[in-house]
Design a protein around this ligand. Structure first.
Ligand SMILES: [Zn+2]
Length: 425
């Protein structure tokens, strides 16, 4: 029986004591900022414009002196100075591959041994040497297929470059090649397994699948449970982007995604670039120590929550608790960010709420936030309940709103968690 629980790709690094980790991060930071300043003209310009010299960045906290570079602007940055907008540290001929992401934007891959760093996520997810793995990510233009493929080879797995689509063939191959691992989206895994079931392929009867690493979309816990209970598959998720590779991965505990040891990750207020306090929602900003593509404060547009609490798996890296959405879904009320996830949190925290919606309006020069609450059947509106909702919302958003109880029929645009009715002209 293979132990798919406890396992490390580099145990000494992954479990290093916090002080040692902080020291290694400081060194990584100084080297990366200096390398980018010397070899990536766009980063040099960004730092010069901000009046920051590489020597000014000694601690991770010093990073805030440097403005962020937004992923959303990458297309324009690249157009302005093709092909990489002055962000790459080597010419294209020194790269191993160049990928094309939707936009289009170009993503460089260096010739270094592991450019995307997916080996740790696979081991943490329970993949082991000898696994036969079906890789259902796209192999052309986008880096997804090859970046997972190469990490699997490096940890000693055998890869079937299956790509997207062809559900029936995927199910047949899974059986005939006794596939034990899957990498792809969670929904496509379920599609293949349902097709397999139809074809009479089931656990113990042609289905040997044991582990899956999924990404690219949300993994609902109900889906994870079904894949485990019905098909016997241990599913773990990871997070990353085509620009920077691995940014987080679950261990066997599956309590948030560990931040890789080889990158510097901050969670910042999307408006100011300042780090947010622990437990608060912030945008994922990455500083990437790469000889080829040394990004300094690259803002991904993804929102998450950080936890520094120790993980029972033994890894000492902090974890991203979950991805809660994109920066462009955020609304600013009285100077504070409000996110659809917070509305969902309110509905989850106060018993008796069937659904909640925030409506933001403006009275004179002041923002107002009305919380429209639909109560569960059998729950009657009361002042006590109203007070509890106001207090809980204040804990979550740090804002004071007014409560209006409405019936489900009265809700406008019920699919929206936040409606912004302010007019700015
Ligand atoms: Zn862990």
């Amino acid at each position: 029986m293979i132990d798919r629980k406890r396992g490390f790709y580099d145990e000494a690094q992954e479990t290093m004591p916090p002080a040692e980790r902080a020291k290694s991060q400081r060194e990584m930071l100084r080297d990366t900022v200096l390398h980018a300043y010397e070899h990536a003209p766009a980063t040099r310009k960004k730092m010069d414009d901000a009046g920051v010299r590489p020597g000014d960045v000694r601690e991770v906290a010093d990073l805030r002196k440097i403005p962020v570079t937004r992923k959303a602007d990458l297309k324009h940055i690249q157009k302005g100075d093709p092909p990489f907008g002055g962000l790459a540290a080597v010419p294209p001929r020194a790269m191993r591959r160049i990928y094309v992401s939707p936009g289009p934007t170009f993503d460089p891959e260096g010739r270094d041994a592991t450019h995307w760093r997916w080996e740790k996520p696979f081991i943490a997810a329970g993949f082991r040497e000898g696994d036969i793995v079906q890789n259902t990510f796209m192999y052309h233009f986008s880096p997804a297929g090859l970046m997972f493929d190469e990490a699997l080879l490096r940890i000693g797995c055998t890869v079937i470059p299956a790509g997207v689509g062809n559900t029936e063939l995927q199910a047949q191959v899974m059986k005939e090649l006794t596939v034990t691992g899957y990498v792809g989206t969670p929904s496509f895994l379920m599609t293949i397994l349902e097709k397999a079931k139809e074809m009479g392929i089931a656990p113990g009867d042609g289905l040997s699948l044991q582990v899956a690493l999924v990404t690219g979309e949300m993994l609902p816990e109900t889906l994870r449970a079904r894949l485990r209970d019905e098909f016997g598959v241990q599913v773990r998720q990871c997070y990353g982007t085509a620009d920077v590779g691995s940014l987080g991965y679950e261990c066997h505990e599956a309590r948030g995604m560990h931040i890789p040891d080889e990158i510097l990750l901050e969670l910042v207020d999307p408006a100011t670039g300042e780090p947010v306090s622990p437990g608060a929602i912030g945008e994922v900003v990455v500083t990437l120590p790469s000889p080829t593509y040394p990004l300094v404060r690259f803002a991904t547009g993804d929102l998450s929550i950080l936890s520094g609490d120790p993980c029972p798996c033994g890894r000492t890296s902090p974890r991203l608790l979950k991805l809660v959405g994109r920066v462009d879904q955020v609304t600013k009320v009285k100077g504070m960010f409000v996110h659809p996830e917070q509305v969902a949190q309110l509905a989850g925290k106060v018993a008796g709420i069937a659904s909640a919606q925030f409506v933001v309006t403006r009275a004179g020069h002041e923002d107002r936030m009305e919380m429209r609450i639909v109560l569960s059947e059998g729950v009657s509106p009361s002042d006590a309940l109203k007070a509890r909702i106001i207090e809980t919302a204040r804990e979550i958003t740090r804002l004071r709103g007014e409560v209006r109880f409405i019936s489900a029929k009265e809700a406008e645009e019920p699919e929206k968690k936040i409606i912004d009715q302010r007019k700015w002209d």
